[in-house]
Design a protein around this ligand. Structure first.
Ligand code: ZN
Ligand code: ZN
Length: 344
């Protein structure tokens, strides 16, 4: 048993530091960073950035017509100095730059390792032990239904993971990093602690592994029409619906009908609000279904002026890049103590 555990930790250690094995592997990892702008599975890919900018411009035109803005130019409307020069935004940009490099050097190999390991375990259990045969082909309707099913399941996991990140004091220590942004700009979306990312990857791994198993024989053939450049049509279209406005001061609601199905940027802005009316609301990522079902939905109506941050929180605890990485571990220890006290 001890041998197995030490074997596991050796592999983890190897994976985390794989990019540091040689100068070539280090350079190769860094050279992949600019690909985030063309890789459609990444939120920074150009279609998502461009569509958010176009939507912001359309919202500016509407605001101008309705007298809803005092901005004298689109630049002033979309990128106001009091938000984009705010210390919180400058910190977001610094954190984003550091975390992007760390992602490619360390986190991505770990996250793919977790995915690969889960897929292997699932394949050993489901195919070898239970004798299940993945289908050789599927009708387009079956593929569409299965893809939608996996998308809903993955969204449900995201919903519960997010609820859990808020309710468990130890997990909240890590999720606080995201909520510590005092103004919202697209850079704030990347203010996420690696431990939170790891939790999400681990929880999502079985769904990703199961979908890989189901589609393994049809992938590359039947599923192609459901995919655009390596990302599902649903994910791609959702990414075009103003994904970067979710973390911004620009209020964008999809309207009463579409809001009932899909989370709009305004839903997520409300999630960041420190107004008690908005606390613990809108945990969902893509669909409003889960918030509606579990009673945590706050549907956006008329535009609301929001103050964002941690309710009653101490922003100084998250004022530097190293504090964003380090503070959660200190408060996690406090969280464990609180959890133990609850049990006594
Ligand atoms: Zn949250
Ligand atoms: Zn957020």
């Amino acid at each position: 048993m001890i041998e197995r555990i030490s074997w596991f930790f050796e592999r983890v250690w190897e994976t985390v530091f794989a990019s540091f094995h040689s100068w070539a592997s280090f350079q190769e990892a860094l050279e992949r960073i600019p690909l985030v702008f063309v890789n459609f599975t990444n939120g920074l890919a150009w279609p998502y950035l461009l569509s958010s900018l176009v939507l912001a411009w359309l919202l500016y035109l509407v605001a101008l017509r309705q007298g809803g803005t005092t901005a004298t130019s689109f630049r002033e409307y979309a990128f106001p100095a009091h938000i984009y020069r705010h210390p919180s935004t400058l910190l977001d940009l610094r954190f984003m730059a550091v975390d992007l490099v760390l992602n490619f050097l360390m986190w991505i190999p770990v996250f793919s390792g977790v995915g690969l390991l889960t897929a292997k375990i699932l394949s050993a259990v489901v195919i070898q032990r239970m004798g299940w045969e993945p289908p050789g082909s599927m009708t387009p309707a079956t593929i569409a239904v299965a893809t939608m099913g996996f998308l809903l399941l993955s969204d449900l996991i995201n919903y519960w993971a997010h609820v859990w990140l808020h309710r468990n004091p130890v997990l909240w220590s890590f999720h606080q990093v995201h909520h510590s942004a005092e103004v919202l700009t697209p850079a704030a979306a990347f203010r996420v602690h690696p431990v939170e990312n790891l939790i999400t990857v681990v929880l999502q791994a079985p769904v990703v592994g199961l979908s890989a198993l189901l589609f393994q024989n049809v992938l590359g053939r039947d599923r192609q029409f459901m995919m655009i450049f390596g990302v599902s049509i649903f994910g791609f279209v959702y990414g075009l619906l103003g994904t970067h406005l979710r973390h911004s001061h620009i209020w964008m609601s999809y309207g009463p009908w579409l809001n009932r199905l899909v989370m709009s940027p305004a839903h997520h802005q409300l999630h960041h609000s420190i107004d008690p009316r908005h606390w613990n609301k809108n945990f969902g990522v893509k669909f409003t279904l889960w918030d509606a079902l579990f009673g945590t939905l706050y549907a956006p109506g008329k535009p609301e002026v929001l103050r964002v941050g941690i309710p009653g929180g101490e922003s100084q605890e998250f004022a530097t890049v190293s504090k964003l990485y380090g503070t959660p571990f200190v408060s996690a220890v406090r969280g464990v103590t609180r959890l133990l006290e609850r049990r006594v």
